[in-house]
Design a protein around this ligand. Structure first.
Ligand SMILES: Nc1nc2c(ncn2[C@@H]2O[C@H](COP(=O)(O)OP(=O)(O)O)[C@@H](O)[C@H]2O)c(=O)[nH]1
Ligand SMILES: [Mg+2]
Length: 349
């Protein structure tokens, strides 16, 4: 899973990136990507159970996308945004709420900045949609084209009215018709309000937060500068500081958790003596597709999945006992993977 950091210049994207990754100031220009290991207590327990020699945590990639600059012409900016956004599965929108001036020297306006950012994303999508609608309308009339046209029109109207494609109620067929366009506002988003050290509760961003809520976007309050300092400390020291500041968890843990919730991630496991491993899929993913994550060949040669609930496994003294108790179920390709499933894929050779 890949999360892209987006924000206006100076909003603190790079600071958030450093706070979350624990990386120092030294950096090269342009994009930067970090792979975060997702802390997982259950994975540890499963690995202990199987005496696994190797433990592989799920990973979350974080991309620090270079600033959107207001200087470019609209078309250039949108092309730039589409390219940069690339294959990010979700976005974290970083909003400046620290200090007293924004990067243009203007007054601080977190709500306005969030609106600007969302407008940029919506305009980029509208442009993609308009181009496609034009192309369909100027081509030969075919049924499939008409369905796509209708769906595009629906997305267009929703965006034009200030909505996000992600907030649109679409049938599976309509979703499929739009998927290929990789629309920016169709992807899950969360908002990171980067507040000053004197406003860790985020009192200054109340109205901006209401706006995020109204769009159905989850939001986090961070002080990137403070979090950067905390990230440089050892685990024990950090724990004490977090408590001092009344923070429940580090920036890294909070961002990972929020990202998981935002994309509706489900964690399943594969476990044996050689390796215990956590995998992340989106809610609603079926067994065949999950198998394909483990190895692309496994999707094609999939026969059945043996599924044990981790919570049940950990109450048994051995996997054999689990089987005797009937706690291992055999599932077909269409089984919807659940949080905490331990899966063994049976396949044809
Ligand atoms: N006081 C304060 N300054 C911050 C905070 N976060 C970022 N900054 C400063 O704001 C400036 C821009 O931050 P940066 O992360 O480079 O923004 P980017 O352009 O979005 O990557 C830098 O000088 C940071 O030190 C914060 O939480 N508090
Ligand atoms: Mg930066």
């Amino acid at each position: 899973m890949k999360i892209g950091l987006l924000g206006l210049p100076g909003s603190g994207k790079s600071s958030v990136f450093r706070a979350v990754t624990g990386r120092g100031q030294e950096r090269h220009s342009g994009d930067d990507i970090a792979v975060l290991k997702v802390p997982d207590q259950l994975l540890r327990q499963i690995a202990d159970f199987y005496h696994s020699k190797k433990v592989t945590m799920a990973e979350l990639a974080l991309v620090d996308i270079t600033a959107l600059s207001k200087g470019e012409d609209v078309a250039g900016r949108q092309r730039h945004l589409s390219q940069l956004a690339g294959d990010a599965d979700a976005f974290a929108l970083v909003i400046q709420a620290f200090g007293s001036m924004d990067y243009t020297g203007g007054e601080l306006d977190p709500r306005g900045d969030l609106e600007t950012l969302i407008l940029e994303l919506a305009l980029t999508d509208l442009d993609v949609i308009a181009t496609r609608i034009e192309r369909i309308q100027s081509g030969p009339k075919v049924d499939r084209g008409q369905f796509e046209l209708h769906t595009l029109q629906k997305a267009h109207d929703h965006l034009a009215a200030g909505g996000l494609v992600a907030g649109l109620d679409l049938s599976p067929e309509e979703q499929k018709a739009l998927r290929g366009f990789r629309l920016l506002t169709a992807r899950p988003m969360l908002v990171v309000f980067n507040v000053g050290e004197d406003d860790l509760k985020g009192e200054s961003i109340a109205t901006a937060r209401e706006y995020a809520d109204s769009l159905g976007l989850p939001s986090l309050v961070f002080c990137a500068e403070l979090e950067e300092e905390l990230a440089a400390l050892g685990d024990e020291e950090r724990g004490a500081f977090l408590a001092d500041f009344g923070l429940e968890a580090s920036a890294r843990d909070r961002l990972i958790r929020a990202a998981y919730e935002t994309v509706s991630a489900v964690t399943f496991y594969t476990a044996a003596h050689n390796e215990a491993r956590a995998w992340t899929v989106q809610r609603g993913t079926r067994a065949r597709e999950a198998a394909g994550k483990i190895h692309t060949d496994l999707a094609d040669s999939f026969v059945r999945a043996e599924v044990i609930k981790a919570s049940v496994l950990l109450q048994c003294s051995s996997e054999a006992e689990c089987r005797e108790r009937g706690a291992v179920s055999l599932e077909g390709a269409d089984y919807v993977v659940e949080e905490g499933d331990i899966m063994l894929i049976r396949f044809t050779h």
